[in-house]
Structure formats: C-alpha cells, structure tokens
Design a protein around this ligand. Structure first.
Ligand SMILES: Cc1ncc(COP(=O)(O)O)c(C=O)c1O
Length: 375
C-alpha cells in the first residue's frame, strides 16, 4: 500500500527500518570514505562520499518517494543541480527556456554556459500556443518554473509535456515553489524535476541544497555519473538537516498557504498596493505605487526580514530587481514586470496577524517617511 504524502514525508516508502541500528532519526554518516573488505568488495556499496553516502542516499530515496521519481540526486545547492543538468547538453543543442526564471539560471545560461554554444530561446511557457510554436522538431529540452519566480506565472505541465514530447524534447520543471506537497510534475509528464531544497524542503532557512529527480533510469545513470565526476553532491550533515526539514513539510506547507492567503487578502485591500501576484503555496509578489514606497517598506519591516531566499519558517521580503534578478537583462525584466516597485514576500509560519501587523506598520512608516501620512 502506498502511504499518503504527509506520511511519506516522515517515513519515505517505509518498506524498511531506515537504519541498521534501528535509529529513529537517520544517522549522519560524517565520513569521507568507507572501508573495503577485499578488492572490489564493500558490503553496503559505499566507497567515497563524493559519489555516495548513506545519509544522502536516504534523503534521495525520500525525495524520490515524494516526487514519484525513479531516482533523485541531492546536490550542494539548487544551482549545483541546475549547472550539472546543463552539462547534459552539447554544443548546438536547442533549448527552450521559460522567460521568467530565478535570476541565477539566467546568469548561468547567459554568462557561464554561453561558451557551450547551446541555442537558447526564451519564451512565455504559460501560453501553450506560444510554447507549441517555439518547440520545433529537434529541440532537446524545455526548461520552466511553475509558478515562476517572481511573477507567479503558471504553466500547464501536461500541455508543456505534450508540446515537448511531440518534438522529441525533454520537459524539465523546477518545482521549488510548489514542492511535491502541492504538485508532482513527473505525474503530469515531466522527465526531470529540479528543486532548490534550500527553500521549502529544508524549510528552516538553515541549509543550502538542491535536487534533480529523474522519471527514468537512463537519465539517473547519466546524472549520477556527472554529479560524482564534477563533485557537486550534498554533504552528510546538510542531507540530515534536509531530511529533518522534510518531516514537517506537510504541516508547514498548509500553514504557509493559509498565512499567504490571509496576507494576500490584506494586500488586495491596501490602496498603496497596485497588483498582487499569487499562485498558491506561500509566495506572493506585489507592486506598490513607487520605488520610494518599496524601499520604505523594506526599511521598516521588523518581524519580517529583508533578505533573499524563501520557503523557510521565517517570513522574508525580497527586492527581486536588486537581489535575485540583477543579472536578467533590463529589457526582459521590463517585459516581465520586474521593476523597482516589485516586492516578493515569502510568507513564513508565524502567527498571520503578526505578519500583517508588521506589514501594516511598515507601509504606514514608509508613507510617513515620504510625507504622505498613514493609511
Ligand atoms: C525557483 C528557484 N530555483 C532554483 C534556485 C537556486 O537554488 P539555490 O539557491 O539552492 O542554489 C532558486 C534560488 O532562489 C530558486 O528560487
């Protein structure tokens, strides 16, 4: 019998006791290397922690179970997972990318991987007709986020998978914002799933990690070879922290979402707020009427922290144009709406009334600073 996802967050597939000594919390195998009995014979199959490590392996099994993947590789960060993923492609390969992506992915593609000679096309993957037109025969992959960071655009994964597969391309989905608790891209046709595990999966703003989940064994084999060769894999302690975070994923996601819905309702009735972008989970982006207001709010929040990142227990407010998306070309930012009036809020799991009270005071004090009085 398959367990429900909230049970799998705690027990994985639950087919075996996770540790040979029956520890309830999986141990941290803080070792670089493993002894061999005779040449070529190592009883548990572990040689060297860059290649594989029991704590990381248990985390990988857990994430595979949550994402319905055949295998998952845990990386030192979300960007390590994405950079290793792009090693799969060859010069001349045509890759269609969502135009609204985490800024680090644009930096990787436009500045670092530029030498690799991929033929990159950015498009609005949330428009199925547009996507179909762009995914021409011979395209190797479609890479997208849904919802996107920071504009919360939503792509229909099934339609994107149809468009990609009819052209012989892979569909790769970054599922960081929704997490497997709200969305399973592999079930909807994705071939590969990316996570910044730094965010909701670890969930406590204390760990940096990433995942690449594979729907098929053939891809898992290629990416295991790549990750062990380039050495972008996750260490044992961070693996354990992420495992511990995942145990409460279900509870946290419910609370992030219900808090975000309350904050969204408050923002919608605030006359200083022009537009609210929300697509579920705990993430909200919104625009205010001026740059001064945006900066004033950032200066005056006290409970909420002005910081990059998202998906943790603490509420964080981010200024995408400066913090997460400075490397996206100005023209693309303008087209998407990533302006100096846009703020992105990762709604934490504090009491929602305290989060709203902090925002209300920051809005009031920002208005006071610009001489316009309070609400
Ligand atoms: C949607 C998304 N994907 C990937 C990344 C990169 O992950 P990491 O910061 O763990 O390298 C981020 C980082 O913010 C992100 O928001």
């Amino acid at each position: 019998m398959e367990y429900a996802i909230d049970t799998r967050c705690i027990h994985g597939e639950g087919h075996r006791l996770p540790d040979k000594n029956c520890a309830i919390s999986y141990p941290i195998y803080q070792t670089a290397s493993f002894s061999h009995l005779t040449p070529g014979h190592n009883p548990n199959g572990f040689d060297y922690s860059r290649e594989s490590n029991p704590t990381r392996a248990y985390l990988e099994e857990t994430v595979s179970s949550l994402e319905n993947a055949c295998d998952t590789i845990a990386f030192a960060s979300g960007m390590a997972a994405i950079a290793t993923l792009f090693e799969y492609f060859r010069p001349g390969d045509r890759i269609v990318l969502g135009e609204d992506l985490y800024g680090g992915v644009s930096r990787l593609i436009d500045r670092i991987s530029e030498k690799n000679g991929y033929r990159i096309e950015y498009t609005d993957t949330s428009d199925p007709e547009e996507l179909k037109k762009r995914v021409t025969p011979g395209t190797k992959a479609v890479y997208l986020e849904t919802p996107t960071n920071p504009m919360m655009r939503v792509t229909d994964i099934r339609k994107a998978a149809e468009a990609a597969h009819s052209a012989g391309a892979l569909l790769i989905v970054d599922n960081t914002f929704m997490t497997p608790y709200f969305q399973n891209p592999i079930d909807e046709g994705a071939d590969l799933v990316i996570h910044s595990g730094t965010k909701y999966l670890s969930g406590h703003n204390d760990t940096v990690c990433g995942f690449l989940c594979c729907a098929r064994k053939e891809h898992a084999e290629v990416f295991r070879l790549l990750s062990k060769t380039v050495g972008s894999t996750l260490g044992p302690f961070e693996s354990w922290l992420c495992l511990r975070g995942i145990k409460t994923l279900a509870l946290r996601m419910e609370r992030h979402k219900s808090n975000a819905e309350k904050v969204r309702a408050w923002l919608l009735q605030n006359p200083e707020v022009e537009q609210v972008y929300y697509a579920g989970s705990g993430m909200i982006s919104f625009t205010v009427k001026s740059r001064e207001t945006a900066e004033g709010i950032l200066r005056n929040i006290r409970l909420i922290t002005f910081a990059e990142s998202l998906g943790g227990t603490e509420s964080l407010l981010t200024y995408p144009t400066v913090q997460t998306h400075p490397d996206v070309p100005e023209e693309r930012k303008r087209k998407l709406g990533i302006t100096d009036r846009l703020l992105r809020l990762s709604v934490g799991i504090e009491n929602p009334e305290d989060i709203i009270a902090d925002l209300a005071r920051a809005f009031r004090e920002a208005a006071g600073e610009s001489g316009r009085g309070g609400e």
